[in-house]
Design a protein around this ligand. Structure first.
Ligand code: AQP
Length: 340
């Protein structure tokens, strides 16, 4: 007889409402989330991580708007709030409570080694918020609060999932329990790292101050075409094989985006476009992007006309989430010796 797994197969992942969703978030995260949901092999929980967003300054009205718009993005991309639990982090207080406990489990040295901390704090780490430094401990809490077994993410988040495992292992060891799972990062598919349209060595980000560096899901067809037209490339035509993209990060990025949108391989895209100049390829890419993204952005705009309905979806999601999170946190409090 097959052994019953100790942990319920459960997927958790989140996106920060720190700006408008980018093509990077969509291809690297959102489409994968929808896949997981529709596979039906795991429970799925998706989160708008608003507490993470305030680790850097956010104007309150903008944050509110971005959180609702992100929720609209989840729904428009195919997340079904009946099949998946859809929440915003601040509405499930156990995230912050477990986050505090993990602040006391994680070590300063671990946090100081995080690449995202180094990138985002930059040269002025003294002025960065304590929250930005502690971010990965809260992220570990987001994941482990639901004893999640799998976390689909883009390449940039791999280090944080490894840290989540370190925190789980230290907690289990320190308290001599087998309470938290060793969560697995799932980094799969063609679009694990979509790069800036202005610099093929830098990740496409919602908070990049250069608007032309990214495609947003709220961009209209015109804006998408213009951004691809002005995307950085090199003067050479497209090669016939992936090896021909060596040392050409901007060219590689555009081909990679095309392959991800067309749900095909880079090799197939190159075989079909060998010798084409980027001026023409960018036009094809823009047409493909518009055809794939416009149904999503149209649906997002429709959903945003009824913010009360979005709030109801999130309220219902948090009720369902708390059916899991409240007992888990109670057990954690018991394990660590809090009088209840
Ligand atoms: N460029 C990208 N390519 C592939 N995947 C990406 N992700 C983000 N950018 C890319 C994936 O999207 C998910 C949500 O990310 P996030 O919003 O929590 O934070 P982030 O990774 O820091 O994303 P941004 O867009 O760069 O936000 P800001 O600018 O606020 O920091 C994650 O799974 C991430 O891997």
């Amino acid at each position: 007889m097959a052994e019953t797994p100790k942990f319920t197969p459960r997927v958790f992942s989140g996106i920060q409402p720190s700006g408008s969703l980018t093509l990077g978030n969509y291809l690297g995260a959102m489409t994968k989330f929808v896949d997981w949901q529709n596979r039906g092999t795991h429970e799925t929980i998706f989160c708008m991580v608003d507490l993470h967003a305030i680790t850097v300054p956010q104007a309150p009205d903008t944050l509110r708007h971005n959180t609702r718009e992100l929720c609209a993005g989840f729904l428009a991309s195919g997340i079904d709030p009946e099949k998946s639990i859809l929440i915003n982090q601040s509405r499930v207080p156990e995230h912050a409570q477990l986050g505090w406990i993990f602040n006391c489990v994680a070590r300063m040295g671990w946090m100081g080694r995080m690449t995202q901390w180094k990138d985002k704090s930059g040269k002025n780490a003294e002025a960065a918020s304590l929250g930005l430094f502690a971010y990965p401990a809260l992220m570990a809490a987001d994941i482990l609060l639901y004893k999640s077994t799998h976390v689909p993410v883009g390449e940039d988040q791999k280090q944080h999932i490894e840290l989540t495992r370190d925190i789980a292992a230290k907690f289990n060891h320190d308290y001599d329990v087998d309470f938290f799972p060793m969560t697995a990062p799932v980094i799969e598919g063609a679009a694990t790292r979509i790069m800036s349209l202005k610099d093929g060595t830098k990740k496409m980000s919602k908070s990049d101050p250069v608007e032309a560096s990214r495609i947003n899901l709220t961009d209209d067809a015109d804006a998408i075409a213009k951004k691809f037209k002005k995307a950085k490339t090199d003067p050479d035509p497209l090669p016939g094989t992936p090896e021909g993209l060596e040392g050409r990060p901007d060219a590689r990025n555009l081909v990679n985006i095309y392959a991800a949108l067309a749900e095909t391989s880079v090799a197939d895209v190159l075989a079909a476009n060998e010798g084409k100049m980027f001026g023409y390829f960018k036009q094809d890419l823009a047409d493909l992007a518009v055809s794939k993204l416009s149904p999503v952005s149209t649906e997002m705009a429709r959903l945003m006309k009824d913010p009360a309905e979005i709030d109801r979806v999130l309220a219902r999601g948090s009720e369902r989430a708390r059916e899991i999170s409240v007992p888990v946190l109670e057990q954690v409090y018991d394990i660590i010796g809090m009088v209840r």
